[in-house]
Unconditional design. Structure first.
Length: 133
């Protein structure tokens, strides 16, 4: 049963991120984010409104892509890339969300600039199988 719940939670997070970050459908996004959403990110104002306002103020070119995702009970961690946000480098993020009652209830993140091939000491990309162009 846990595997089914975790699979459901992963699908929920991926769909929620796509609806908000890529489709920018704020009315639909309200169905995914709890009205009591707790934000731990130092980059985002409190609550669901803080997150939605950040996306509303982002360039229309903003794009989110996911790479890896894991779930354990009510926690989901998704490794993703934010591009088109107007900064010199894409952001690679590990977003941790807690699910409660079928909604994203709490969020933490770790974000860093994506390294180029020349910057990568490992010689490996931070996201996917190729370096950004």
């Amino acid at each position: 049963m846990a595997q089914t719940i975790e699979k459901t939670h992963k699908a929920l997070v991926l769909e929620a991120f796509d609806v908000l970050f890529n489709k920018r459908d704020y009315a639909a996004a309200e169905r995914y984010w709890s009205p009591n959403y707790i934000q731990h990110s130092a980059h985002i104002e409190p609550g669901r409104e803080g997150l939605f306002n950040l996306i509303k103020s982002s360039p229309p070119t903003l794009k989110y892509e996911s790479d890896m995702i894991v779930a354990d009970g009510d926690l989901v961690i998704v490794h993703g890339r934010f591009s088109g946000h107007g900064q010199p480098a894409n952001w690679i993020a590990a977003d941790v969300v807690r699910i409660e009652d079928g909604r994203l209830a709490e969020h933490w993140d770790v974000i860093e600039d994506e390294a180029t091939a020349q910057q990568s000491k490992s010689g490996k990309p931070m996201f996917g199988n190729a370096f950004p162009e």
